[in-house]
Ligand binder design. Structure first.
Ligand code: ITT
Length: 192
């Protein structure tokens, strides 16, 4: 089956392609289309907005991820607003903004959340969720991954997500868990 990966984030594309490589789906990049504004209040709402818009406009199955970082000392922010946090345009600037916000914070706990939605042209939806708890460092480490990865050390690990390979990150990450549940469901033939 052909599935359009409804994201404009190259880091997500890399992780989705790696995680689903054994499934036999033909993954297609999003092309010539802008995703709708993320007006939802939840990851589920925003992932569904993106996946449904692409399924409707292409007539093909579409897969979207909506995700974010919830920081304990900031009352769970930025959450669904993670991509727009600080009103800046690059991952590096967003990380600096987050570090500034946490300058005096002793509680460095945070969690990543990912919701993956598969939307079918007939309106049917599947939803999968994953979470990863960890700690935010006081400065970046590592060159891999994207977003807040250089600041985030998962619980039980010593390296940041940006110091891991795509496969190492997938084995523990929020997105890896959501995509793992999708794999499980499709391998056992549940959704159709
Ligand atoms: P699309 O909507 O086009 O998929 P996006 O980057 O705007 O791309 P989101 O609205 O879901 O996607 O925003 C998620 C943000 O949360 C993302 O831009 C990162 O800043 C952060 N984020 C999510 N997952 C992450 C991960 O695995 N590692 C690091 N940062 C992550």
């Amino acid at each position: 089956m052909t599935v359009v990966v409804a994201t404009s984030n190259a880091g997500k594309v890399r992780e989705i392609e790696e995680a689903l490589s054994g499934l036999g789906w033909q993954l297609e990049a999003l092309s010539g289309m802008t995703l709708p504004p993320e007006t939802g209040m939840t990851y589920e709402d925003n992932a569904a907005l993106k996946a449904c818009a692409v399924a409707l406009s292409t007539g093909k199955v579409a897969l979207a991820d909506d995700s974010g970082l919830e920081v304990e000392a900031l009352g769970g922010q930025p959450g669904v607003y993670s991509a727009r946090f600080g009103g800046v345009n690059s991952d590096t600037e967003r990380n600096v903004h987050l570090l500034n916000k946490l300058r005096t914070a002793t509680d460095r706990r945070a969690k990543f959340v990912s919701v993956v939605i598969v939307a079918y042209p007939d309106g049917h939806l599947e939803s999968y969720r994953g979470e990863l708890r960890g700690t935010l460092l006081e400065g970046p480490r590592g060159e891999n991954g994207f977003g807040y990865d250089p600041l985030f050390v998962p619980d039980g690990e010593t390296r940041t997500l940006a110091e891991m390979t795509v496969a190492e990150k997938r084995a523990i990450s929020h997105r890896g868990q959501a995509l793992g549940a999708l794999l499980e469901a499709h391998r056992s033939g549940l959704p159709e």
